[in-house]
Structures are given as structure tokens and as C-alpha cells.
Design a protein around this ligand. Structure first.
Ligand code: SF4
Length: 467
């Protein structure tokens, strides 16, 4: 970067040019110095360097300048060299937005200043060139900048030992981030939201690619695609300013860098939560977690995935949703239904929850004390149950519309499941029990076209006429 001539003492024939520039009107020299300071600030010059450069430039133009710079303002007081009153002729206060490091423009500003000092340009021409600097960025240059975003992102993914898919994804997302940065360069609103929006889009895109196209190492891909927005140079400048005791500038710039990091983190967190809310969590993310880091729904999905690994024809699912809240429960049930349809898998679903049984099952077997007491199509059985135990189960389901119409259970002992005595196992608790129930074990009888029950009263056996 050819910035040295502004900072170094001129020598030789340049002395003549200095004298020439110093003869220009006071207001023109001040305007040139102010515009130079503004440009140096805009293109990311650190406060100590800016103050030194402006001081020396003013001196070569026959001015005595007192300069104070911060990331959001420059204050310069001017007086003519040789004015022994030491009273400022004028003071300029310039409010500015914090500048970004732009080495190309810094070189151009220095070249213009050098030419004015050397007499190759008069001060008016120099001021005009400075004012038109930002207008000289063409479409090709902008396209190259966007391309550089993609290349830098892809390169970083390589350096982070990402897979080829990470490299390609980081490069593509980097191009999108570069396009956003290009838009932000011309829009104040977009500039404020650039980091958060870029982080959000990068995270969502990486997650989508990982879910639907090819698995990615999300941390590598997202970090690589956002690396260009990290305020590394800003932090370096802040440290330099703090170390030279330009405390206001250093602290302000450091705070600006931290704000940028917070915006990036915020965008990433929002995108992650959004994806989790929508159930868009890439398998690689889940696979890297310990069981205690998974939600209840994720654990059940892992259990189902483990069962599916052996490509079963039948899966015994024993209370798979009992520990889940309702919203997650429906997700697991839908997953089982989907697997049933797509993979032709039969689920033997064990539950106490008749509502979920009705939602997922085609046929139902109601069991009591190790015995099937009723069977049939789930809708038929639950709509018009035969066995007293099934009726009690349904009666136990809270239903505010049903009022006081309930079957009362008797307070008897539960039947022993091992070596039970002869007779119906439900007799101690059955509200419909008759004498024979405790002497003869009821068989499972096809009482209706597709519905069977084990009960002497509601499904009597034709083979036991004496009962
Ligand atoms: S067989 Fe008797 S005890 Fe058993 S369920 Fe029927 S009515 Fe009740």
C-alpha cells in the first residue's frame, strides 16, 4: 500500500509543490484535508494513523491541525502555519458511521493526497477525485467481490478439513452471503441486519442441504460461509488503538466488533431454534449427542430407528409414547403410521391409552391378567364393547359430555396372572358377574361378525348351554 508519502517528510523537488499547494485558498485546503480524513476514516484507518496522516497532510498544505478521531466522528481544528496566536481559524466536526477496512480505496486516497502534495493535481481536482471514489465501483468489481466471498468460504472449509460436500455447500452459501453484503453496501437498512440475516440464512440453508441433499458437518459449513463477516480486522484495529491509548476509539471499535459477533450468533441461534421447531434436525447433529442431550421425542425416534435397523416385519412397541407430551406423541404415532405404509411393517402396539390405540390400530386385543378378553376391529370394539373390562376401560376415560353415566367397578382383588384358579379372571371386579363366572373359565367366543369376547354374560358360548 503506497501510504508512506503522507506519513513521511517530503524531500527534494516535492518541497516546491508543497509551497504551491500552500498558496491555495484556506477554505480549499481545509476542504481537501477534511475530505481526505473522511475517506481515510470511511476505509477503516485506525485512529492513530488517521490523526498522524491528517496532521502531516495539513502541515504540508500550510495548515496547523489538531485532530481527534473516533469510529463515529472526527473533529479537526485548523489554523494557518505561522499564526502565533495559536487560535483556531475553524473547527470541523464530522459525524460518520464506523468504516470498514478497504485497502484498495485506502491506496487510492493516499495516491490522490500524494499527487496534490506533489503538485500533480490542484486541490480542487484532488477534492473532486476523493468525492467520486465510491462511485467508481463497477458491476464487474462487485461481481468479483461476491465471487471472493464464495472462494474464501470454500477455502476455509478445506482448511477446516471439511468433506467435499462441506466445501461446495460453504462456497455456495458464501456466494449468497456475498450477494447480501453487496446489497447491504447500498442499503442502510440491510447494512444493519446483514450479519444476523446472513447467519440465519446460512444456518437454515446448511440444515436443509444436510437434510435433503447430502449430509454436512454443519459447524464447518456455517462457520466457513460466514467467516468473511467476522470482524477480525476491526478487532485488530481496536487492539492497536487501545495499545496507543486512543481509548475512546479503541473501546468504541471493540464494542462494534462485539456487536457484529452478537448479531452473527443471534442469527445462528434463531435459525437453529427455527429448524428444531419445525423438526428439521440433521441426523449428523443428533448422532453426535449423548442420550441425555436428546428430547423425549428424539429418544423414541432413535429407539424406532434402532428397531428398524434389522429390517423387521413386526415391531413390538410397548408403550412407546407413554412418557411424551401430546404434541410429540402425535409425531411418533404419525411416524409409525408412515413406516407401516411405506415399509409394510406391522406394529404390535401395547398401551393403556385407548385414544392412541384408536388413532394407530386397525385391530385391537384387550387383555386382562394375561388373557385376551376381547378382540376385533378397533372402531367396532371401542364403539360397542362386549366385555365388562373393556367397558370399564372406556368409562375411565374422562369425557365431560358424558355426565354421570358410568359403570362402577367392584372393589375386589385382581386375579393372579400365574396359575389362576378356574373361572373368569375378572370375576372379583366384574359388575356383571354371576355364579358360574367363578366356576367356569369363559372361552373366547365370536359373538359378532368380527368381534370376539370372553364373557359368560355378554358373549355366552353355544358349547356351554347349561350355563
Ligand atoms: S364372565 Fe362373568 S365375571 Fe367374567 S367378565 Fe363376564 S360377567 Fe364378568
Amino acid at each position: 500500500m503506497s501510504s508512506a508519502p503522507i506519513l513521511n517528510e517530503p524531500a527534494g523537488e516535492a518541497q516546491h509543490a508543497i509551497v504551491t499547494s500552500a498558496r491555495a485558498p484556506l477554505h480549499a485546503r481545509i476542504a481537501f484535508v477534511v475530505e481526505t480524513a473522511r475517506r481515510l476514516h470511511q476505509y477503516g484507518t485506525a485512529a492513530p494513523r488517521l490523526e498522524s496522516a491528517v496532521d502531516k497532510l495539513a502541515g504540508r498544505l500550510g495548515l496547523c491541525a489538531q485532530v481527534w478521531s473516533s469510529p463515529t466522528a472526527i473533529i479537526i481544528s485548523f489554523a494557518e502555519v505561522g499564526d502565533h496566536r495559536r487560535v483556531a481559524e475553524t473547527t470541523q466536526v464530522i459525524r460518520l458511521s464506523p468504516g470498514d477496512i478497504d485497502l484498495r480505496h485506502l491506496v487510492e486516497v493516499n495516491e490522490i493526497a500524494d499527487k496534490v502534495i506533489a503538485g500533480e493535481l490542484d486541490i480542487g481536482q484532488g477534492s473532486h477525485l476523493l468525492q467520486t471514489l465510491s462511485d467508481r465501483i463497477g458491476r464487474r468489481a462487485r461481481a468479483r467481490e461476491v465471487l471472493c466471498f464464495g472462494l474464501v468460504s470454500a477455502t476455509l472449509a478445506v482448511l477446516m478439513r471439511g468433506a467435499w460436500s462441506d466445501v461446495v455447500a460453504a462456497g455456495c452459501i458464501g456466494l449468497i452471503v456475498g450477494t447480501l453484503a453487496d446489497v447491504a453496501a447500498r442499503s442502510q437498512r440491510m447494512r444493519l441486519a446483514l450479519e444476523a440475516l446472513s447467519a440465519l440464512i446460512a444456518t437454515v440453508l446448511a440444515t436443509q442441504i444436510s437434510l435433503y441433499i447430502t449430509p454436512l458437518t454443519l459447524k464447518v459449513t456455517v462457520l466457513a460461509s460466514l467467516i468473511v463477516l467476522f470482524p477480525g480486522m476491526m478487532l485488530t484495529t481496536a487492539v492497536r488503538e487501545l495499545s496507543t491509548r486512543h481509548l475512546v476509539s479503541g473501546v468504541a471499535r471493540f464494542a462494534d466488533a462485539v456487536q457484529t459477533l452478537i448479531k452473527l450468533a443471534f442469527g445462528t441461534l434463531v435459525a437453529n431454534e427455527l429448524c428444531k421447531l419445525l423438526g428439521l434436525v440433521p441426523p449428523a447433529e443428533v448422532a453426535a449427542k449423548y442420550p441425555h442431550e436428546l428430547s423425549g421425542g428424539q429418544r423414541q425416534r432413535v429407539a424406532i430407528a434402532r428397531a428398524l435397523a434389522v429390517e423387521p416385519k413386526v415391531v413390538l412397541a410397548d408403550e412407546p409414547t407413554s412418557m411424551l407430551d401430546v404434541s410429540i406423541r402425535i409425531g411418533i404415532l404419525n411416524l409409525m403410521l408412515k413406516l407401516k405404509e411405506e415399509r409394510d411393517i406391522a406394529f404390535l402396539y401395547v398401551t393403556h391409552d385407548l385414544a392412541s390405540a384408536r388413532y394407530i390400530a386397525d385391530d385391537i386385543l384387550v387383555m386382562y391378567a394375561g388373557q385376551i378378553v376381547e378382540s376385533g376391529p378397533v372402531e367396532d370394539v371401542l364403539a360397542d364393547p362386549l366385555h365388562p373390562y373393556t367397558r370399564l376401560l372406556l368409562a375411565a376415560v374422562p369425557d365431560p359430555t358424558r355426565g354421570a353415566e358410568r359403570i362402577e367397578i367392584r372393589k375386589g382383588q385382581a386375579s393372579a396372572a400365574v396359575d389362576p384358579p378356574e373361572g373368569c379372571r375378572f370375576v372379583e371386579r366384574c359388575p356383571l358377574a354371576v355364579d358360574v363366572c367363578s366356576r367356569v373359565t369363559p372361552p373366547l367366543v365370536d359373538a359378532r361378525r368380527s368381534q370376539a369376547a370372553r364373557c359368560h354374560v355378554t358373549a355366552p358360548s353355544p358349547s356351554l348351554p347349561t350355563l
